[in-house]
Design a protein around this ligand. Structure first.
Ligand code: ZN
Length: 402
C-alpha cells in the first residue's frame, strides 16, 4: 500500500465567482430541486411497502462475538470489522437537515458518537492510540486501517477525512476528497488537534489511466473499480472536481463528484461488492472479471429510470458477478439521524420509486433463484448469515443464472 503525507496547500487564493454567476447557479439549482422535491413529495404520498419490506426482510443483527461483521449507517456507508481490522466505506454519518441549501459541515458530535457506540479503534501505530479504550489496545485488535469514500458528494465524502484524522487510518483520496480534508482541517470548532490533521495519510484511488486498484488491510483484500455515477437532473450541478477553496460550513452543491468507483472486498474466501451509485455499468465488471457472493446495490435515482434501464443495471451487476444475495442500499433519507428503534428501519427517501424498482428486481431475482435482503440500521450484522446453509439445503435457492 502506498502512502503519502497530506501536505497543507498554501498560497492558493480562493476562486471568487461573480455575483451574477452565483445568482444564475442559485436560480438553476432552485428550479431543479423544486422539480425533484415535487417528485419526492408525490412519491411520499404513496404506499410505504418498501419500508415494510426493509423491516420484514432485514438480516438479524449479529450476536456479540467474533467473525465478520458489517454495520450499515444508511446511504452507502459501512463499517466492516473482522474483530482485528476495521474498514470504513464512505462513513457519512452527519445526516443533518440540509434542506438542499442550508450550509453545514461534518458533525463532530455524530462522528464521535459512532466511534464510541460502534467501537471504532485507532489504526496500528496511530499517534493517540494510547487514548483508545482497553479493548482497542489488545494486541490482536488492529483498528481502522482504511477509509474509502467512493466519490466526492457530501453523502459519501463529508465525514471521511475526520474519521481518518481521528484514527490515523489511510484515506483513499482524489483531489476532490483532498479539498474536503483541507476544509475539515480549517473548520472551526473541532476538538481534534491540528497535528492529527497534519498527519492524515492519503493515497490516490487510482494510478494514472488505471481502471482498478488493489489495497490490503489485515485479512482483507480490497479492489477499487472505476464505475460511472448515476445520472439524474441534478448530476450536472454536482459533477467535476471540488474546489480547493472549499470551506465549511458549505452548501452540499460545493462537494463535487470527483472519481466515482465501486469496492470489491474479499475476506477469507468470502466476497462482497459495494456498488454505491446506479450508473450505466455496461461491461465493466465483466471486463474486470469481478465475482462476488453478496452485492450491496445502490438504488438511488433508479426508480426515475425506465424499467429497461433498471433490468439492465441488475444484469450488468448482479448477473455478471454471480451474486447470491442482493442487499439494496442508498435508499434512505439522509436528513434523518442514525438512531432508529429496534424492529424499525431508516426512512426511505422515495418509497414509491423504490417499490417500482423492487418489483422489477423481485422478478429478476426469482428468475435466478437469488435472495433480496435488507441490512439492519446501525447495528452490526453478518451479511453471510444463513447464506451458505440455504445454498446447501434449499434447491430452489440455487442460483440459476451464472
Ligand atoms: Zn453521488
Amino acid at each position: 500500500m502506498r502512502s503519502a503525507k497530506f501536505a497543507v496547500i498554501s498560497g492558493i487564493r480562493p476562486l471568487r465567482r461573480s455575483h451574477d454567476e452565483d445568482l444564475t447557479l442559485r436560480v438553476f439549482s432552485i428550479a431543479t430541486i423544486s422539480l425533484a422535491l415535487v417528485a419526492t413529495t408525490l412519491s411520499a404520498c404513496s404506499t410505504t411497502d418498501f419500508r415494510q419490506r426493509a423491516i420484514d426482510e432485514q438480516i438479524d443483527p449479529a450476536e456479540p462475538g467474533g467473525g465478520l461483521r458489517l454495520t450499515f449507517f444508511g446511504t452507502s456507508s459501512f463499517l466492516i470489522d473482522d474483530g482485528t481490522t476495521q474498514l470504513l466505506i464512505d462513513g457519512f454519518v452527519t445526516r443533518e437537515k440540509h434542506r438542499y441549501f442550508r450550509r453545514f459541515g461534518p458533525s463532530e458530535q455524530q462522528i464521535r458518537t459512532v466511534i464510541a457506540e460502534h467501537r471504532i479503534c485507532r489504526a496500528p501505530g496511530a499517534p493517540r492510540k494510547a487514548e483508545d479504550p482497553a479493548s482497542c489496545r489488545n494486541v490482536a485488535r488492529r483498528g481502522l486501517e482504511l477509509v474509502i469514500p467512493t466519490h466526492g458528494h457530501y453523502d459519501h465524502a463529508l465525514d471521511a477525512p475526520y474519521f481518518a484524522a481521528w484514527s490515523g487510518a489511510t484515506l483513499v483520496a482524489d483531489p476532490s476528497i483532498l479539498s474536503v480534508v483541507k476544509a475539515s482541517q480549517a473548520y472551526p470548532g473541532f476538538s481534534l488537534p491540528q497535528r492529527d490533521w497534519l498527519s492524515v495519510k492519503t493515497i490516490p484511488p487510482f494510478a494514472d489511466g488505471a481502471q482498478t486498484a488493489h489495497l490490503a488491510a489485515g485479512a482483507f483484500s480490497v479492489t477499487l473499480i472505476k464505475t460511472p455515477h448515476g445520472k439524474n437532473p441534478t448530476t450536472p450541478l454536482l459533477s467535476g472536481t471540488t474546489s480547493a477553496a472549499l470551506k465549511f460550513p458549505s452548501s452540499l452543491w460545493a462537494l463535487k463528484e470527483g472519481t466515482a468507483f465501486s469496492v470489491f472486498v474479499a475476506h477469507r474466501g468470502r466476497t462482497m461488492l459495494f456498488v454505491p451509485s446506479a450508473g450505466d455499468i455496461g461491461d465493466i465488471f465483466r471486463q474486470a472479471g469481478t465475482k462476488a457472493d453478496i452485492i450491496f446495490l445502490g438504488i438511488a435515482g433508479l426508480g426515475f429510470k425506465p424499467p429497461r434501464a433498471r433490468s439492465r443495471y441488475w444484469n450488468d451487476v448482479v448477473r455478471t458477478v454471480g451474486a447470491k444475495r442482493v442487499i439494496p442500499i442508498h435508499w434512505d433519507d439522509d436528513q434523518v439521524p442514525l438512531n432508529v428503534a429496534d424492529g424499525d428501519t431508516f426512512k426511505p427517501a422515495s418509497p414509491r420509486r423504490f417499490d417500482a424498482t423492487l418489483r422489477i428486481f423481485d422478478e429478476l431475482a426469482r428468475e435466478c433463484g437469488l435472495e433480496i435482503a435488507f441490512p439492519p440500521p446501525a447495528r452490526a450484522f453478518d451479511p453471510f448469515k444463513d447464506l451458505e446453509t440455504r445454498l446447501i439445503t434449499e434447491t430452489k435457492f440455487q442460483p440459476r443464472c451464472e
